[in-house]
Write a protein that binds this ligand. Sequence first.
Ligand code: AMP
Ligand code: GLY
Length: 414
Amino acid sequence: MNILLIGSGGREHALAWKLSQSPRLTKLLIAPGNPGMAQFGQIVPVDVTRIDLLIDIAVRSNIDLVVIGPEAPLAAGLADACLAAGLRVFGPTAAAAQIESSKAFAKQLMLEAGIPTAQVHIFTNAQQAADFARASQQIWVVKADQLAAGKGVIIPNDLESMLAAISQISAMGAERILLEERLTGPEISLLALCDGERLLVLPPARDHKRLLDGDKGPNTGGMGAIAPAALDREAQQWIVERCMFPAARALAAAGTPFCGVLYAGLMLTPDGPYVLEYNARFGDPETQVILPLLAGDLLEAMLACAEGRLNPDMLTWNGGAAACVVVAAPGYPEDPQPGIPIQGVESIEQPGVIVFHAGTAWDHGQLVTAGGRVLCITGTAKTLERACELAYLGVELIQFPGMQYRSDIGSVDS
Ligand code: AMP
Ligand code: GLY
């Protein structure tokens, strides 16, 4: 089978790594990819926003399945364009991807489907949001109603920082501002492959979203992850029945069935699990810890999704654990510095340690930083503790000025 994989982050590196293990793979094209992915296939230097060009390449290269990694091309209608061109695609249409691209859409869907989620107030104007926030005498979580690479959520601690957050989110150009009730508890990411109707649930993962140790600093796209995260069978089943199937059913009933990865970001509050958000794709860095646990054939399962014949038991897992530590550029998340030479990547050869590239590039034969999250180092082992140790063994071999990483991945619950 010929596959075209879209994207260039750590998630897509992990997808390329896993897809390349499939006995059914003939040719893998990757657009635009990153330096770490070149070993798995042919890099096609075309940006994910060039939908017409990507379709043209897919048709001319006899692509059997297009796999879309990131959210932006999904929201821009790349899957729709694939379907219109008669191509099989793993990834939802723009209409179904609104479950991620519009927080207001997702909230409405959750309310209508009776899915537990935080109370919310939606404003089209920053002044109204600020007036409401002041009068309510409550501290709200402030969210932008748009894709923001994990940076569209601010959790203020007092009135002053809440008002500043409203101004900041408004300055991002968000059409709508959401003020959401603040929930507390450990977070879980539960992802499932979906063929529009059936779900194949992947092992639960935990993403560490804050920049600094101990859940401090600003939210990021994710600074590390572990899988499987502790979640008992009944709780997982409850989440699947109450939070995931109803969302898939609501999208199907609206005539926009969801094909791809349905990702529920949940908070396990003292009152039970609440959905914080849905994503319409694999998580980054969750994918870098979920896929190393997979013993079965990812390509086969993705194809089954695209063809509407997913079997919920078609994948097997190796029973181990994985931890991933993200190494970020100085200045991340606000203003990551590009072009910094990176040393040590080639010296990581320890069994049980995998290096996934994210924001890297070649500059005259030297690997340099080229994005906020630069590398993701995954450790895999029988136990989570050992997986974390292995990930940090890998991180310690990497060097570049100003590199940032958390040292508590796997030992805290946020
Ligand atoms: P989201 O993009 O909506 O998943 O939000 C990003 C992160 O912000 C989440 O993973 C949580 O850590 C935090 N967050 C979002 N909404 C809430 C909320 N209502 N209460 C507390 N924390 C939240
Ligand atoms: N790690 C969070 C996300 O992929 O949205």
